[in-house]
Design a protein around this ligand. Structure first.
Ligand code: BGC
Length: 720
């Protein structure tokens, strides 16, 4: 009787958690997860070892078991990170063919990062969280925040940027948005999963400073500031041990140093051992049912894995379970609502980067155009799905050609030529190998259409077969002979705008030398085509900034310059902290387009750069203020970027590092005051000898600019 009453009270408590209203309060998320600890301890005290161990391994591809007797339901997981994945079989990767599982396709990670806008990243999270909730999920497998170490990484489009600070700000906002809707955000892939080549075996080696300064900060922020409820261990090894059985990464750094209270799951099929993984801090085996099943039960019963360790794992899972259920549920069916589509449109508008407009042919004056030639397969490609791994069955996806037709209507005649056809051959891995040969007939057809048109928009770049999980790209060159298409079309009609659609850097040599107008668009979500058309036609002033460096040649990129990619069995990050622009700036290498770069249809002046003080101590906040004037004729957004250089001689550092940024909107002809804040301690570096962050006293230069290389003003300060 006593047990019955006890269990009943637990059930009632669970129910009350399910319905309790909880206003979304971002700051408190880190505490929310431990709010039910006492109750959880009581639950654990009545569980058998069999019940406990059963919770530690997925019982399907995207579910893990609850405890029916105690009213704890199954946990439902979903990919992530740019929309809710369609429903697959319980134990098979095939679609189960539902007609009710379409969702909003949100711009992928690198596109979101090009917004440089944490508020939009928050809205992004709110949207995907609401859709996950509507679909009955508990855990969203996102955001994906690995650093863009090489432009060839097949997952660059899913990840955000080459800079740990930009990644941190966006990840924190995204996670808070997701979790405000009662969905746990599972940040992935922890850690140093920076390539797909041999990802399942590769042993990543780097010095401790590089780990702490480049590869960990976004994960740390995701956990300590974002309050992420879950973390996914990466496939690769780190310093000789798989990430899913890496005591240093999981127990020491994540759970001890960062005080992470949530659950750690393996990447799918990324568990390799039983006792070792259990003791190293892995809580749940996902994507396989091999190690945390009978073997773990036996090991626990025989004392190889102490019961306290098993209890801790169950506790972490139940924390996530209850923390997600105590938020107010999303009312009604919230998938691809007008509000969601408005959010993805707003994001898509801000992701588009204007790389070049030297003859001011953008925005396109459509009144002067009778015939518009739209050329290139990427004008009609959809990017919500494709390749290997997670995608979205998009409720709809507006292609660039559809967007242009929607916006231009009958004001001009739009003619289309494909220009190139994506063709592939089968490789050894799961990915396909894109053909490189130009299609002469399609090119001739495109050039002849271009010749007759008043203006041309040429869509080139990559697609989701070319950029994919599980395979890195072989080089930077745009496949399918697109460079030859570019040459032919621009020769036929100089009034050509090139739009590069890609989630990762590509070789822009031909595009850059052939056209006076160049736009970059990521895989831009359900409303991508409409947003792009609005940018091209001038309804939206472009404000995207590159989240990574576009090199002149692959050999200029650090990992490639040092022949430190892709490695064989071992991957030694010999470029250490000099990743992305840190390398290009320090080594004085001119990129084709630098990190943080992006033009607007208007121009901005920066003036009156000031700091609140001249000298600071470790405890201080540094305030940098300036005036930004929009001196053009159209309203626009500018992203003010603050880079810091250590002028002392003592420690090897990158020439400059991004430490703050703010995206602002400035009406035409007006000025706006901007204040950027950073903690003096943000100027610290990680000292391997002392194993701690150190703020070196001395002089520092704070530079504000509209990109990493367009510095508009700087000021020197001292740290005492
Ligand atoms: C990917 C993860 C993904 C998981 C489940 C893995 O192959 O690396 O990012 O969440 O599959 O689909």
């Amino acid at each position: 009787m006593k047990t019955y009453l006890f269990i009943r009270s637990i059930l009632l408590f669970a129910l009350c958690l399910t319905t309790a209203h909880c206003a979304s309060s971002n700051g408190k998320q880190a505490d929310e997860i431990t709010a039910n600890d006492q109750r959880i301890d009581s639950i654990i005290s009545v569980m058998t070892m069999e019940e406990k161990v059963a919770m530690l391994c997925g019982n399907g591809l995207f579910t893990s078991p609850g405890i029916e007797r105690l009213g704890i339901g199954e946990i439902h997981y979903t990919d992530g990170p740019f929309g809710i994945r369609e429903e697959l079989g319980k134990k098979s990767w095939g679609s189960i063919g539902l007609t009710t599982d379409s969702a909003t396709f949100l711009p992928t990670g690198s596109a979101l990062a090009a917004c440089w806008n944490p508020e939009l990243a928050f809205q992004y999270g709110v949207t995907i969280g609401a859709e996950a909730r509507t679909r009955g999920k508990d855990i969203l497998l996102g955001p994906a925040i690995n650093i863009t170490r090489t432009p060839l990484n097949g997952r660059t489009f899913e990840y955000m940027s080459e800079d740990p600070y930009l990644n941190s700000r966006l990840a924190v906002a995204y996670i808070k948005g997701v979790q405000s809707n009662g969905i746990a955000s599972c940040v992935k892939h922890y850690a140093a999963n920076n390539q797909e080549t041999q990802r399942g075996q590769m042993d990543v080696l780097m010095d401790e400073r590089t780990l702490q300064e480049i590869y960990l900060p976004a994960f740390k922020a995701a956990v300590t500031e974002g309050g992420a409820y879950a973390v996914m261990a990466a496939y690769n090894k780190f310093r000789g041990e798989y990430c899913a059985e890496n005591d240093y990464l999981l127990n020491k750094i994540l759970k001890q140093d960062w005080n992470f209270k949530g659950m750690v799951m393996s990447d799918w099929g990324g568990t390799h051992s039983t006792v070792r993984s259990a003791l190293a801090g892995l809580d749940v085996e996902m994507g396989s049912e091999e190690f945390f099943t009978k073997g773990l039960l036996d090991s626990a019963k025989n004392g190889f894995v102490p019961e306290s360790v098993i209890n801790d794992k169950v506790k972490r899972i139940l924390r996530v379970y209850f923390a997600t259920r105590q938020k107010s549920t999303v009312p009604g069916q919230q998938v691809s609502t007008p509000a969601h589509m408005k959010t993805v449109y707003d994001i898509a508008c801000q992701t588009v980067v204007l790389l070049k407009n030297s003859k001011n042919i953008l925005p396109l004056r459509i009144q002067k155009v009778k015939t518009l030639a739209v050329i290139g397969d990427n004008a009609i490609q959809k990017h919500a799905a494709g390749g290997f791994g997670a995608g979205v069955k998009a409720r709809y996806e507006i292609t660039p050609l559809e967007g242009l037709k929607n916006r231009i209507g009958n004001s001009a005649k739009i003619e289309f030529a494909q220009g190139y056809k994506p063709k592939y051959s089968r490789g050894e891995g799961p990915g396909q190998i894109p053909d490189t040969k130009p299609d002469k007939a399609l090119i001739a057809e495109a050039a002849s259409l271009a010749k007759q048109a008043d203006a041309v928009i040429l869509f080139v770049g990559n697609n989701r077969e070319v950029e994919t999980e599980a395979t890195d790209r072989p080089d930077l060159i745009m496949p399918f002979g697109q460079d030859e298409l570019i040459r032919a079309v621009t020769a036929a009609n100089p009034n050509t705008v090139i739009v590069v659609v890609a989630g990762a850097p590509v070789d822009l040599q031909t595009a850059d030398s052939s056209a006076s107008a160049l736009l970059w668009s990521g895989f831009n979500g359900s409303e991508g085509g409409n947003a792009l058309a609005d940018v091209i036609l001038g309804k939206v002033n472009p404000s995207g900034k590159l989240p990574f460096t576009i090199p002149v040649s692959l050999k200029d990129s650090p990992a490639h310059a040092l022949d430190a990619f892709p490695g064989k069995g071992e991957e030694n990050y010999t470029e250490s902290i000099l990743v992305g622009y840190r390398w290009f700036d320090t080594k004085n290498i001119q990129p084709r387009y630098c990190f943080g770069y992006g033009l607007s249809y208007t121009q901005f002046d920066f003036a009156d750069v000031q700091t609140d003080k001249k000298t600071y101590t470790n405890q201080d906040m540094i305030k940098v203020s300036l005036q930004v004037k929009n001196k053009g004729k159209s309203d626009g957004h500018e992203t003010v970027q603050l880079y810091v250089s250590d002028l002392g001689q003592g420690v090897n550092k990158a020439k400059q590092e991004l430490k703050a940024f703010k995206k602002i909107s400035v009406p035409a002809g007006k000025s706006t005051g901007v204040t950027l804040e950073l903690a003096a301690s943000d100027l610290s570096w990680y000292d391997e000898k002392q194993m701690k962050w150190v703020l070196s006293p001395g002089r520092y230069r704070l530079s504000v600019g509209s990109s990493s290389r367009d510095i508009k003003g700087s000021i020197e300060i001292d740290i005492e």
